[in-house]
Each structure stands twice: as C-alpha cells, then as structure tokens.
Unconditional design. Structure first.
Length: 246
C-alpha cells in the first residue's frame, strides 16, 4: 500500500491536481491525530485518513472548493455547542453534528501543476527560453512540430527557424492553445501564414515577431522578451485547471 507522500509524488509528476489534507490539531474524542493526512482527488475521493465519516463530508466539500480556485484553507471542524471561532481569512468553520464529538483543524493545500509551455525547435533561442522558464517555475516540454500539444498547454513557442514551423503552428491552432508565439521575422511570418492559408481570425492568434519590444539582440535576451510576453498572456487569460482523478 502506497503512503500518502508517495502517492502525492506520483500525482505531481503526472500533472494531476489534488488537495493535500493534513490534521494539524485534534481534540479528543476525535478519531484523527495531528499528522494524519490524506489526498482528496478531483472527483471527491479521499485517499488516507483525516477523520471519520462525519468529518469526511466537510473535508471533501472544502477541499474541492480549494481545488477550484479557493486556495489553501484551514478547516476547523467543531462539535455542536463549542464556542465559535471568530472569522479569519483563510479559515473556515463547520459544525459536526455527529454524537462522537471532538474537534479537528485540517490544513487543505491544493497542489496544482505548473503552467505547461511547449517549445518547438532546438535553436539557441529555444534553449535559452527553456532555461529561463524553468527559473520561473514553468513546466516546459519539447514538442515535435506535427505532434498535438498536451491538453493543459498554456503556450506554444515555435522556434524552429524554418524546421517544422508550419506544422507546429497548425497543430497549436487546431488544439486551441491560448498563446502561440512564432520566432520569425515579419517577412517570414507573413510567408508562413500565406503558406498555411490561415483566415484572419487564425492569423491574429499567432504572436509574431514573438516577444515584447525590449531591444533584445542576443538569444537569451530574445528568449527573455518572449517569456515576458507569455507570462503576461498566461496571467491575463489562464485557463482553469482541468481537474481529473488518476
């Protein structure tokens, strides 16, 4: 049987969103103890132990709210008749109507995969972009020009310098990737758009020449300008995380 920490590592590596629940305080006669932990999946399944059946319903509801954008949360599960906690940011109080009694405080932490950027090409600009994106905590994947981007891809950077650019652009457009960046001159970009026979709406989705105008000259500087543009786009138009169970 896998431990909660081992399962959490697997889910993180597989880019599966989940909530890590950990008991931080327990008051007798609660069945859970400080340090007990569980994983709450996107379908509400609880793997592990953070309290009995009565507490599980409250944990499940609060965890799914956290997973869908609520952020980390301290859940206080109190028996009937206990003094009320004053409202506090980042904390939620629920009353447990079970006869067994006991109180619990459970910290719920959503664990979400970092935004995924796919990079096409092995050019110096592509290499520099991957290195910089890693520093900022973005996940990157090298993509084949004709391969469809992964479901959770927030941006595709096409930096093949003429090697597979057209195929990569077509695949990104078909996959409805939110941000598509093409590293090319205006003249070459226009030729590619014409080659693909793109309609105005499709061509408008391709950001080219890629990157913000910061006067970049070297490959790392150009990569920085592209990453800055991608970050701006991701923060403004990021898709909700697709929550699924494994």
């Amino acid at each position: 049987m896998k431990t909660v920490s081992a399962r959490a590592r697997e889910l993180t590596e597989g880019r599966v969103p989940f909530v890590h629940a950990r008991v931080v305080r327990a008051q007798a006669p609660a069945s859970a103890r400080p340090g007990d932990e569980a994983i709450v999946y996107g379908d509400g399944t609880i793997d592990g132990f953070v309290g009995g059946v009565c507490a599980e319903g409250s944990v499940r509801t609060a965890a799914l709210d956290a997973l869908h954008g609520g952020g980390p949360l301290l859940l206080r599960v109190l028996p009937e008749g206990e003094p009320e906690f004053p409202p506090a940011p980042g904390a939620q109080v629920v009353v447990n109507h079970c006869l067994s009694g006991g109180a619990l405080e459970i910290f719920l932490e959503p664990v979400l995969p970092p935004p995924l950027i796919e990079v096409v090409g092995g050019t110096p600009i592509a290499e520099a972009f991957i290195a910089l994106a890693d520093v900022l905590g973005y996940a990157t994947a090298r993509s084949l020009p004709e391969g469809p981007p992964a479901e959770q891809t927030v941006a595709v950077v096409v930096a093949g310098q003429g090697r597979g650019d057209a195929e990569a652009l077509r695949a990104a457009l078909d996959a409805d990737v939110p941000h598509i960046a093409l590293v090319a001159s205006r003249r070459r970009s226009a030729a590619l758009i014409e080659e693909l026979g793109l309609e105005e709406g499709e061509s408008a989705r391709i950001h080219t020449p890629a990157g913000l105008d910061i006067g970049a000259r070297t490959a790392p500087e150009i990569a920085l300008s592209i990453l800055a543009e991608v970050v701006s786009a991701v923060r403004r138009t990021a898709r909700p995380v697709t929550v699924r169970s494994d």
